[in-house]
Design a protein around this ligand. Sequence first.
Ligand code: ZN
Length: 379
Amino acid sequence: MQEDRIELLRPQMGTSRALTVRRYGKPGSGPKAYFQAALHADELPGVITLHHLEKQLKEADEKGDITGEIVVVPFANPIGFTQYVDMKPIGRFEMRSGQNFNRHYPDLGPAVVEAVASRLTQNADENVKIIRAELRRLISEHRKDNAPLSDLSDLRFTLAELAIDADYVMDLHCDWEAPMHLYISDHNWPDAQDLSAQIGSECSLIAEISGDNPFDEAFSRPWVELRRVYGDKFPIPMATLATTIELRGDRDVYDEYAITDADNLFKFLQRRGLIKGDPGPLPEAKCDATPLSGVDRVMAPQGGMVVFGVAAGEIVKAGQELGYVLDCETGQKTPFSSRTDGVLYSRIGIRLIVPGGYLCSVAGPEALPGREGQLLLSK
Ligand SMILES: [Zn+2]
């Protein structure tokens, strides 16, 4: 194992920030996997999961069992880690710009399509090498083109540079109150069925473009674009499987979950040939993929207190009462429901709600009217 400390742009006189990066295995010896946790800095289940996964990786590395390269950034957002208001961590949005830490990653698709125009061959492996070399070059060029950078942009580029040439990009997040679920490109499906089954995902949401360039899409989308433009003339695999794994809710920080989740990620790496050893039989999948455009975001019909009647993870019917919002001044009690049947896979973690505020999400099997463009919850 090799540990590096990458100094980030100093945000101000008298301050400094850094990323810890640990590398297992050998670069170029096989496939590369990249893991990070807490890009939304108040989402800690991924941090404890990586803590346990790294114990397994260290042991495997010492035995010489790692047959690829595994890069781990155990906490990806030192900026967000220091944001606190009213005794609460504020980790989803940067307080200076208001931007979501998991949006606005570079879209290298158009640039890489142009860069490899005359260089592709009839050999798929060769094409992957050529494309990855260009992606590495383009991301550092893009960093230079955006100078001078803010500390937030510097963080985004630094993380993107670490992940840009990985075969597997695993961004570990969590929801507020939720069962295990994941987001992934529809072009990585059904390839990622084994990941979904192995981690016990109860809701696997697929979309090509979910809006505003979240981290994972920065690594899957260039391959989608390349295959769309050149796929009928040259062999180009969907070489990067990039996903956002939502490790339940933000309070689900327990060894019991994290040890199991780490073990499942380790088995996935074994199944994909990055670590020697038998992962055992694949568990039966708990869900099939459903479209992100089939998610109904249920919003509060009025301000007040939300009282849920359905737990996160339950299967619900369209029109079923999922709970109500109570205005204790007027006595107005307004029930809410979803437009679709499906799994209620996300509930807000607070109970004091504003009109139009987010309440919960239900993942249905079919695209819903009006669900296009911005498919994720917030910018
Ligand atoms: Zn998140």
